[in-house]
Design a protein around this ligand. Structure first.
Ligand SMILES: [Zn+2]
Ligand SMILES: [Zn+2]
Length: 309
């Protein structure tokens, strides 16, 4: 059961040094979430052999161009390629008029059901729940309304002890009932307690996305102990004043959030075009939080099913 993030772009503002701008895909059990959609996103999707058609939800953090200018183009391509299944797009206020104006002015016809959801940017909110995942949005502090997203696996079913299946010759229906936490009544009247039949499900895997934002400790409880945290790090610490002025974060800011939230791994990205070589950014972040990696176009981060703790 896959839980994997692929970076499609990691640059801020402009595409440079072989880096496209913000866009990522999270694959949860084969369901794809596209997070931000900068110009060039569909080029990267094709390059990394990720099917546009498998994208079910698009989560937009904010309406700056380096996060959304690829969106009308991607949706237009989906329609031209004959998509029939619905697509859900989430983003802060303005997302609706941005898309509707783009389609209207360019006389683009979208041949499938496009559902645009405006996300409240001031409150931690559950925005999606299906049988696999729950998705939350939460406020970020940026120059315009911006939200982060947290995607968490749903509770898995209990794992059944195979020896017990054999010992009691359990039927398919009994096994399913046990996986859902029920006790089993055997034909002779004996009751098998669920706790004797099954093990606890594995810990749920999670990913949080924070871009773009100034250093903001109110993010910490929201992203507490996620397996993967993506946090923007537009600048190094020598430009911390500029970061503050522009409502962005530094490498140290991102690492401090990761450290306080005790995340499994920090991924930094949204680099300023002034940094061609990213190694200094990585080292600076690692100085605060060792388990840091760089977002690089094409890089994949897989979260394995954890052992029980
Ligand atoms: Zn940006
Ligand atoms: Zn921005």
């Amino acid at each position: 059961m896959i839980f994997e993030l692929t970076i499609l772009g990691c640059s801020s503002a402009i595409p440079i040094h072989n880096r496209f701008m913000s866009s990522q895909v999270l694959n949860v059990h084969g369901r794809l979430f596209l997070i931000d959609c900068a110009e060039g996103t569909q080029i990267r999707l094709a390059e990394y052999k990720i099917s546009k058609n498998k994208i079910e939800n698009i989560l937009i953090s904010h309406l700056h161009g380096d996060h959304i200018f690829g969106l009308p183009g991607l949706i237009g391509s989906m329609s031209m390629l004959g998509r029939t299944k619905p697509l859900d797009v989430y983003g802060p206020e303005g997302i609706e008029s941005f898309l509707n104006n783009a389609f209207e002015i360019s006389e683009s016809f979208i041949g499938f059901e496009l559902n645009i959801h405006v996300v409240r940017h001031s409150k931690y909110t559950k925005i999606i729940e299906n049988e696999k995942v729950i998705v939350y949005s939460f406020p970020l502090k940026h120059r315009i309304a911006a939200v982060g997203y947290k995607i968490v696996e749903k509770d898995r079913l209990r794992n059944i002890n195979p020896e017990m299946i054999e010992k009691y010759n359990l039927s398919y229906n009994q096994i399913q009932a046990a996986k859902y936490g029920n006790d089993i009544n055997l034909t002779g009247g004996e009751v098998l307690k669920n706790a004797d039949l099954t093990f606890s499900p594995k810990r749920k895997r999670s990913f949080a996305y924070c871009s773009d934002t100034i250093y903001d400790e109110s993010i910490v409880p929201v992203v507490k102990k996620v397996d993967l945290l993506y946090h923007e790090a537009t600048y190094m610490e020598h430009l911390k004043d500029k970061a503050k002025e522009r409502f962005h974060s530094t490498t140290v800011d991102a690492a401090k959030i990761a450290q306080q939230a005790e995340v499994g791994k920090l991924i930094i990205g949204h680099y300023s075009s002034r940094y061609k070589d990213l190694n200094a950014l990585l080292q600076e972040a690692k100085g605060v939080f060792e388990r840091t990696e760089l977002a690089i176009d094409g890089k994949r981060f897989t979260v394995k099913i954890p052992d029980n703790e």
